[in-house]
Design a protein around this ligand. Structure first.
Ligand code: ADP
Ligand code: MG
Length: 475
């Protein structure tokens, strides 16, 4: 009797498929690769440790039933985990975990690949009693899991978030990095984890902080000569949530201090949760050693919600606000606003406002009117790419020329204007603007902004360019 691993696994799969949700099947079973079968042991390869933990937590029963049917009562399952990366070693390596396909595996500790990394911060300045310090969590109590509607677009992040809040620091999703475009719910989800931890573990010190504020605090601490206190403060936190870490790009001092804080927390089994508007691979001007740590745990992307999820989110919001709106209006809004959740909420709020100002009924007609206006007004959030396109079109050159190293005056000016508007219309840092517009440094961008200011003042023709472009970019 010789069976191939795929034959065994395919039989298991068809049984599993019949017994779980199609989406769950797609997410958790399709990616599995059967590798080996010997007597009563099947080895399967899973993409990550997260995956393995998830299977063990949620699907171990069905796996056991399926496998027992195939291989008999002594059936066992072995997971092979593909590890993405380990300190500096880019080669993927494979880690084997024997499984008895029973819950005992959960307690089996997988040797952490991080233990060899020891960069201890020996601090002679331990403040006595700091552990009793009360730290304000800075959490928004309205941002809960309950209010965070689930859809395909956020399921992974939401589920991982719940897992983390059940066992902060005790899962392999450490750090948990939530990334995705603006207004998709990263901040909400990050708060929800914190709020939930606080509820379950009131004694744990949770802190939510934006990367921007963190940077500010750090810069202040350097000025005031109490960098060590700053570090200490962060080292006593059990669950640290840093929002919008892309803000750290180009800020090497802050990155450095965050690196040390991160290592300390991680080594001590504390939980770190990060959000970013970019995937780690697309983050610019973040040091490699920090980036590689961001990838240690789980990176979960939040995507644009599907139509169904948008409807769900709207209904939930209206319900909480005690407003009743016909389904066809809700569907109309959900169909027409598909950029992100923040705009979706904004549109429905203006709709409600319109109807109450004008004492008009909320109809699809009214929704059409409001949304047309709303969509126009929201065109203001422009991207650096868009700015470069508008500016280079205006000066009739292509983007490569705009970004090139040439010193030809009109090209230099166009480039400086693009930088100026990138600073004006986006939240990107000088460093990040520089990187995106022809790989320049932050000083060049700063210089560009000043030059544009000066020239607009002294040069009439130049001022006209800037005004024209301002107009174009504002509507
Ligand atoms: P981001 O940080 O990704 O820019 P936010 O977390 O600020 O986005 O979310 C924008 C708005 O959308 C918030 O009001 C948030 O409550 C809401 N929101 C986002 N995703 C969801 C969701 N899945 N369910 C309910 N509300 C959501
Ligand atoms: Mg946010």
């Amino acid at each position: 009797m010789s069976q191939t691993p795929s034959a065994v696994w395919n039989n298991c799969l068809s049984f599993i498929k019949d017994n779980i949700q199609p989406q769950a099947y797609k997410t958790w079973f399709v990616p599995i690769i059967p590798v080996k079968v010997t007597n009563d042991v099947l080895s399967i390869q899973v993409p990550s440790k997260f995956f393995y933990e998830w299977l063990e937590e949620h699907y171990v029963k069905i796996l056991r039933i399926a496998l027992t049917k195939e291989l008999g009562p002594k059936a066992r399952l072995v997971y092979i985990i593909k590890m993405e990366n380990t300190f500096g070693n880019k080669m993927p390596f494979t880690e084997k975990i024997p499984s008895s396909s029973s819950s005992s595996i959960k307690s089996q500790s997988i040797e952490s690949p991080f233990s060899t990394f020891a960069s201890e911060l020996k601090n002679p300045f331990v403040i006595p009693g700091i552990r009793n310090l009360q730290i304000e969590s800075q959490l928004n109590p309205n941002y809960t899991f309950e209010n965070f509607l689930e859809g395909d677009s956020n399921r992974l992040g939401r589920s991982a978030g719940i897992a983390v809040s059940n066992k902060p620091g005790g899962t392999s999703f450490n750090p948990l990095l939530i990334y995705g475009g603006v207004g998709l719910g990263k901040t909400h989800l990050a708060h929800a984890i914190g709020v939930d931890v606080k509820q379950k573990y009131p004694d744990k010190t949770v802190l939510y902080i934006s990367a921007e504020k963190f940077t500010q605090q750090y810069v202040d601490s350097v000025k005031k000569n109490n960098r060590n206190d700053f570090i200490h403060f962060y080292q006593v936190i059990d669950v640290l949530i840093v929002d919008d870490v892309q803000f750290l790009s180009g800020k090497s001092g802050t990155q450095d201090v965050f690196f040390h804080i991160f290592n300390h927390l991680h080594q001590n089994g504390k939980q770190v949760i990060l959000t970013s508007d970019k995937a780690p691979i697309d983050m610019q001007d973040i040091e490699q050693r920090l980036l590689s740590r961001f990838k240690w745990g789980l990176s979960a992307e939040i995507q644009n919600p599907s139509f169904e999820t948008r409807v769900l989110i709207l209904k939930n919001k209206l319900y909480r606000d005690g407003v009743e709106i016909e389904d066809d209006v809700i569907e109309f809004v959900a169909k027409n606003i598909n950029s992100n959740v923040r705009e979706l909420e904004g549109a429905i709020i203006s709709l409600i406002a319109q109807s109450s100002f004008n004492k008009a009924e909320i109809t699809v007609e009214l929704a059409k009117e409001v949304i047309n206006k709303f969509v126009k007004n929201n065109r203001r959030e422009v991207s650096i790419d868009y700015i470069q396109k508008v500016v280079s079109d205006y000066f009739q050159m292509d983007i490569q020329t705009l970004q090139s190293k040439t010193r030809k005056r009109h090209i230099v000016q166009a480039r400086q204007i693009a930088m100026y508007f990138a600073k004006k219309f986006t939240k990107a840092s000088l460093a990040s603007i520089g990187t995106q517009i022809g790989r320049r440094d932050h000083a060049t961008v700063l210089h560009a902004c000043k030059t544009v200011d000066n020239l607009s003042f002294t040069d009439k023709q130049f001022r006209k360019y800037v005004e024209d472009l301002n107009q174009k970019l504002s509507n």
